[in-house]
Design a protein around this ligand. Structure first.
Ligand code: F6R
Ligand code: ZN
Length: 205
Protein backbone atom coordinates (compact mmCIF):
# COMPACT_ATOMS: atom_id res chain seq x y z
CA UNK A 1 0.00 0.00 0.00
CA UNK A 2 1.21 3.52 -0.79
CA UNK A 3 1.33 5.93 2.11
CA UNK A 4 2.87 9.32 2.85
CA UNK A 5 3.18 8.28 6.46
CA UNK A 6 6.26 6.58 7.86
CA UNK A 7 5.55 2.87 8.38
CA UNK A 8 6.55 0.50 11.13
CA UNK A 9 6.18 0.71 14.88
CA UNK A 10 5.52 4.49 14.78
CA UNK A 11 2.25 4.03 12.93
CA UNK A 12 0.96 1.79 15.73
CA UNK A 13 2.06 4.09 18.53
CA UNK A 14 0.67 7.18 16.76
CA UNK A 15 -2.45 5.32 15.57
CA UNK A 16 -1.82 5.86 11.88
CA UNK A 17 -2.99 3.44 9.20
CA UNK A 18 -0.65 0.48 8.87
CA UNK A 19 -0.45 -3.21 8.23
CA UNK A 20 1.54 -5.83 10.10
CA UNK A 21 3.28 -9.13 9.58
CA UNK A 22 2.07 -12.18 11.47
CA UNK A 23 4.69 -14.87 11.53
CA UNK A 24 2.44 -17.85 12.02
CA UNK A 25 5.35 -20.26 12.36
CA UNK A 26 7.15 -18.61 15.29
CA UNK A 27 4.48 -17.20 16.00
CA UNK A 28 5.34 -13.52 16.43
CA UNK A 29 3.62 -10.22 15.69
CA UNK A 30 5.86 -8.13 13.43
CA UNK A 31 5.18 -4.80 15.13
CA UNK A 32 3.74 -4.06 18.54
CA UNK A 33 3.80 -1.23 21.06
CA UNK A 34 4.44 -3.29 24.19
CA UNK A 35 4.96 -6.85 25.32
CA UNK A 36 3.86 -8.37 28.61
CA UNK A 37 5.17 -11.61 29.99
CA UNK A 38 3.29 -13.65 32.58
CA UNK A 39 5.12 -16.22 34.66
CA UNK A 40 3.85 -18.88 37.05
CA UNK A 41 3.90 -16.44 39.97
CA UNK A 42 1.40 -14.20 38.15
CA UNK A 43 -1.07 -17.10 38.30
CA UNK A 44 -0.95 -17.49 42.09
CA UNK A 45 -4.20 -18.86 43.50
CA UNK A 46 -5.62 -19.86 40.12
CA UNK A 47 -4.65 -23.54 39.87
CA UNK A 48 -6.72 -26.06 41.79
CA UNK A 49 -3.78 -28.14 43.05
CA UNK A 50 -2.06 -25.62 45.33
CA UNK A 51 0.67 -28.09 46.38
CA UNK A 52 1.56 -28.89 42.75
CA UNK A 53 1.64 -25.15 42.04
CA UNK A 54 4.08 -24.53 44.92
CA UNK A 55 6.28 -27.42 43.77
CA UNK A 56 6.38 -26.07 40.21
CA UNK A 57 7.15 -22.55 41.43
CA UNK A 58 9.97 -23.86 43.63
CA UNK A 59 11.58 -25.31 40.51
CA UNK A 60 11.50 -21.90 38.81
CA UNK A 61 9.17 -19.05 37.96
CA UNK A 62 8.68 -20.21 34.37
CA UNK A 63 7.30 -18.13 31.52
CA UNK A 64 3.69 -19.17 30.85
CA UNK A 65 2.57 -16.67 28.20
CA UNK A 66 3.51 -13.55 26.30
CA UNK A 67 1.16 -10.88 24.96
CA UNK A 68 2.40 -8.69 22.08
CA UNK A 69 0.18 -5.62 22.32
CA UNK A 70 -0.74 -2.82 20.00
CA UNK A 71 -2.52 -0.73 22.56
CA UNK A 72 -4.73 2.07 21.29
CA UNK A 73 -5.81 5.40 22.70
CA UNK A 74 -8.19 3.90 25.25
CA UNK A 75 -11.05 5.76 23.55
CA UNK A 76 -14.29 4.21 22.28
CA UNK A 77 -13.99 3.89 18.50
CA UNK A 78 -10.36 2.83 18.62
CA UNK A 79 -9.20 -0.81 18.75
CA UNK A 80 -6.51 -2.69 20.63
CA UNK A 81 -5.07 -5.76 18.96
CA UNK A 82 -2.27 -8.17 19.58
CA UNK A 83 -1.04 -11.71 19.81
CA UNK A 84 -1.15 -14.00 22.82
CA UNK A 85 1.26 -16.96 22.90
CA UNK A 86 0.58 -19.47 25.69
CA UNK A 87 3.13 -22.24 26.27
CA UNK A 88 2.07 -25.83 26.98
CA UNK A 89 2.33 -27.16 30.51
CA UNK A 90 0.36 -28.51 33.46
CA UNK A 91 0.07 -27.89 37.19
CA UNK A 92 -1.02 -31.23 38.59
CA UNK A 93 -3.51 -32.32 35.92
CA UNK A 94 -4.66 -28.77 35.08
CA UNK A 95 -3.42 -27.26 31.84
CA UNK A 96 -1.57 -23.95 31.72
CA UNK A 97 -3.84 -21.01 31.09
CA UNK A 98 -4.03 -17.23 31.01
CA UNK A 99 -5.18 -15.33 34.10
CA UNK A 100 -8.48 -14.49 32.45
CA UNK A 101 -10.55 -11.38 32.98
CA UNK A 102 -13.80 -9.52 32.52
CA UNK A 103 -13.50 -6.32 30.58
CA UNK A 104 -13.65 -3.29 32.83
CA UNK A 105 -16.29 -1.88 30.48
CA UNK A 106 -18.44 -4.96 30.79
CA UNK A 107 -20.50 -4.49 27.64
CA UNK A 108 -17.48 -4.74 25.32
CA UNK A 109 -16.70 -7.78 23.20
CA UNK A 110 -13.60 -9.29 21.62
CA UNK A 111 -12.62 -11.41 18.62
CA UNK A 112 -9.85 -14.01 18.63
CA UNK A 113 -8.32 -15.82 15.67
CA UNK A 114 -6.20 -18.85 16.49
CA UNK A 115 -3.00 -19.24 14.51
CA UNK A 116 -1.41 -22.26 16.10
CA UNK A 117 -1.94 -24.92 18.73
CA UNK A 118 -4.88 -26.57 20.42
CA UNK A 119 -6.84 -25.34 23.36
CA UNK A 120 -10.01 -23.85 24.71
CA UNK A 121 -11.45 -20.48 25.59
CA UNK A 122 -13.26 -20.77 28.92
CA UNK A 123 -15.94 -18.11 29.33
CA UNK A 124 -18.61 -17.11 31.82
CA UNK A 125 -20.89 -14.18 32.52
CA UNK A 126 -21.79 -12.56 35.81
CA UNK A 127 -25.04 -14.58 36.02
CA UNK A 128 -23.07 -17.83 36.07
CA UNK A 129 -23.69 -18.93 32.48
CA UNK A 130 -20.60 -20.60 31.07
CA UNK A 131 -19.22 -21.62 27.69
CA UNK A 132 -16.11 -23.47 26.54
CA UNK A 133 -15.12 -23.11 22.89
CA UNK A 134 -12.35 -24.91 21.03
CA UNK A 135 -9.29 -23.01 19.81
CA UNK A 136 -7.38 -24.53 16.89
CA UNK A 137 -5.42 -23.23 13.94
CA UNK A 138 -7.57 -21.11 11.60
CA UNK A 139 -10.47 -21.10 14.05
CA UNK A 140 -12.05 -17.80 15.14
CA UNK A 141 -13.88 -17.00 18.32
CA UNK A 142 -16.23 -14.26 19.50
CA UNK A 143 -16.28 -13.29 23.17
CA UNK A 144 -19.69 -11.73 23.68
CA UNK A 145 -20.12 -8.56 25.76
CA UNK A 146 -20.11 -9.29 29.48
CA UNK A 147 -18.26 -12.60 29.29
CA UNK A 148 -15.00 -13.24 31.15
CA UNK A 149 -12.46 -15.18 29.07
CA UNK A 150 -9.40 -17.34 29.62
CA UNK A 151 -7.24 -19.29 27.12
CA UNK A 152 -6.16 -22.84 28.04
CA UNK A 153 -3.47 -24.75 26.12
CA UNK A 154 -4.21 -28.50 25.96
CA UNK A 155 -1.63 -29.29 23.26
CA UNK A 156 2.10 -29.80 23.02
CA UNK A 157 3.01 -26.60 21.15
CA UNK A 158 2.46 -22.91 21.99
CA UNK A 159 -1.15 -21.83 21.55
CA UNK A 160 -1.17 -18.55 19.63
CA UNK A 161 -4.14 -16.31 18.94
CA UNK A 162 -4.63 -12.84 17.51
CA UNK A 163 -7.12 -10.69 19.45
CA UNK A 164 -8.98 -7.48 18.63
CA UNK A 165 -11.05 -5.56 21.16
CA UNK A 166 -12.34 -2.02 21.80
CA UNK A 167 -9.56 0.15 23.13
CA UNK A 168 -11.63 1.41 26.07
CA UNK A 169 -12.54 -2.14 27.23
CA UNK A 170 -9.88 -2.35 29.96
CA UNK A 171 -9.24 -5.38 32.20
CA UNK A 172 -10.97 -6.41 35.40
CA UNK A 173 -8.68 -9.12 36.82
CA UNK A 174 -9.90 -8.75 40.38
CA UNK A 175 -13.24 -10.54 39.90
CA UNK A 176 -11.58 -13.67 38.52
CA UNK A 177 -8.71 -13.54 41.04
CA UNK A 178 -11.20 -13.61 43.88
CA UNK A 179 -14.00 -15.80 42.48
CA UNK A 180 -12.21 -18.02 39.95
CA UNK A 181 -13.80 -19.51 36.84
CA UNK A 182 -16.73 -21.86 37.20
CA UNK A 183 -15.16 -24.46 34.88
CA UNK A 184 -11.61 -25.78 34.74
CA UNK A 185 -9.86 -27.76 31.99
CA UNK A 186 -7.93 -30.77 33.27
CA UNK A 187 -6.43 -33.93 31.85
CA UNK A 188 -8.50 -37.01 32.62
CA UNK A 189 -7.57 -40.39 31.16
CA UNK A 190 -5.17 -38.76 28.72
CA UNK A 191 -7.69 -36.27 27.30
CA UNK A 192 -8.89 -32.79 28.23
CA UNK A 193 -12.04 -32.65 30.35
CA UNK A 194 -14.22 -29.79 31.60
CA UNK A 195 -14.80 -30.02 35.35
CA UNK A 196 -16.53 -27.88 37.97
CA UNK A 197 -14.24 -25.64 39.99
CA UNK A 198 -14.98 -26.58 43.62
CA UNK A 199 -13.57 -23.22 44.73
CA UNK A 200 -15.81 -21.14 42.44
CA UNK A 201 -17.28 -18.29 44.46
CA UNK A 202 -20.56 -17.98 42.61
CA UNK A 203 -21.91 -15.37 40.29
CA UNK A 204 -21.85 -12.41 42.66
CA UNK A 205 -19.65 -9.56 41.52
C1 F6R B 1 -7.57 -8.36 25.86
C2 F6R B 1 -7.48 -9.84 25.90
C3 F6R B 1 -6.16 -10.49 25.60
C4 F6R B 1 -5.60 -11.01 26.92
C5 F6R B 1 -4.42 -11.91 26.77
C6 F6R B 1 -3.83 -12.33 28.11
O1 F6R B 1 -8.82 -7.94 26.26
O2 F6R B 1 -8.40 -10.52 26.22
O3 F6R B 1 -5.26 -9.66 25.04
O4 F6R B 1 -5.27 -9.87 27.68
O5 F6R B 1 -4.80 -13.05 26.08
O6 F6R B 1 -4.80 -12.75 29.01
P1 F6R B 1 -4.97 -12.05 30.41
O7 F6R B 1 -5.13 -10.56 30.13
O8 F6R B 1 -6.19 -12.64 31.00
O9 F6R B 1 -3.73 -12.27 31.20
ZN1 ZN C 1 -10.24 -9.46 26.90
Amino acid sequence: MVSAMPRGIGCIVDRLPCSFELDTLSPVLGAFSSKSERTLSDLAGQFLDAAAYERALAEGDRLVYVVYQSTGSGQAGDLDYGLTVLWPGKIGNEYWMTKGHYHHVLETSEVYYCLQGTGYMVMEDISGHWAVEKLASARGLYVAPGWAHRMVNVGNVPLAALYVCPSHAGHDYHTIETRGFRKLIVEQGGAPAIIDNPRWQGCRR
